[in-house]
Write a new protein. Structure first.
Length: 332
């Protein structure tokens, strides 16, 4: 019996050693080397509307982390709110031939022909959050029509029976890809609610000071204004200040990239609601699309991919820890 036990233990130990050796040896991934070779030495160029705002800083942070991890060069060319400067930058980049060009369009027309030229030159073009009239390889960003519908519905819900029904729309740049979409979404809702009176629809050029002036004037002209549909939370801080100055209870609904400022102002009641398209998730989608166009091997301009960002309603009832991200936590 003892001999049998010793024999069984010896066999078990031998088998254990064999298994341990197999695990220690591991299994190679035949795709791994080719994966990293695909990206090494590639260049990704980013042309934002401007740096220094939560949207562009968040996207750039994620893209730089991807580039650093994969051995790519990542560069930002900042035209700082100038479409003319942006056009010059893109023209220069077409000559320099980065592998991927990521563009945040100021409006639907300014860069359209240039983006087509870039793809004809063999450069993959990804448009982010504000598209142009040219349909490039990839669009990553918000579904602006859906956001316009959600914002307007939220205001309509507060400005129905028992109120004046008067609402204002505060746009950024009406010819931008975001505003044109949100305006269409707003129309979808307003057409269903004839009891709602649109008393103002103006653009503030993404500027909080201009937003303050516009909304102050609208309130003076319409002391019984019920609500404002704002098209960007950073700009709409000016609208919120105008509402506070008036001393009136006016509903303000906005949208934005979900930076901590948004959650703070929803919690304080400055914004009654924000429709969030999370910038850090968009950054991840951008990074995935950079990898996709480089790995796929198709010529520039052949793919027509759209990734709409999920939208989240931020209200006092839906706020929770982690609902927003912090620009202060971005790597330096």
């Amino acid at each position: 019996m003892k001999k049998r036990i010793f024999t069984a233990l010896a066999a078990a130990l031998t088998l254990s050693g064999m298994v341990g050796h197999a695990v220690a040896a591991g299994i190679d991934d035949p795709r791994r080397d080719d994966y990293y070779k695909t990206f090494t030495g590639k260049t990704v160029a980013f042309v934002p509307v401007a740096m220094g705002i939560d949207l562009t800083e968040g996207w750039a942070s994620v893209l730089k982390q991807q580039a650093d991890a994969l051995g790519m060069k990542f560069e930002v060319r900042d035209p700082h709110f100038s479409a003319d400067a942006g056009a010059q930058v893109i023209t220069s980049l077409i000559s320099e031939k980065p592998d991927v060009l990521i563009v945040h369009n100021p409006d639907v027309n300014s860069y359209a022909k240039l983006l087509k030229r870039a793809e004809e030159a063999g450069i993959h073009v990804i448009q982010v959050n504000m598209r142009s009239n040219y349909n490039s390889d990839v669009y990553v960003g918000a579904d602006w029509i859906a956001i316009g519908e959600a914002e307007t519905q939220a205001v309509v819900d507060k400005c129905g029976a028992g109120t004046s029904g008067k609402v204002a729309i505060l746009e950024g740049v009406p010819t931008s890809g975001s505003d044109s979409g949100m305006r269409k979404g707003a129309e979808h809702i307003l057409n269903k609610h004839p009891e709602i009176k649109l008393v103002s629809d103006q653009g503030a050029d993404w500027d909080a000071a201009k937003a303050h002036t516009i909304v102050s004037t609208v309130i003076q002209q319409n002391p019984d204004l019920c609500g404002v549909v704002g098209f960007w939370d950073v700009m709409d801080l000016g609208a919120a200040a105008a509402i506070k100055d008036s001393g009136k209870q006016i509903v303000l609904v906005t949208s934005g990239g979900g930076e901590q400022m948004a959650c703070d102002n929803v919690e304080k009641g400055v914004f009654q609601e924000e429709i969030e398209y999370n910038v850090m998730q968009q950054g991840r989608d951008l990074a995935d699309m950079v990898a996709m166009v480089l790995e796929d091997g198709q010529p520039a301009g052949k793919q027509k991919v759209v990734i709409y960002s999920p939208q989240t309603r931020l209200t006092k009832d839906t706020l929770h820890q982690g609902a927003c991200w912090s620009a202060k936590s971005l790597p330096k």
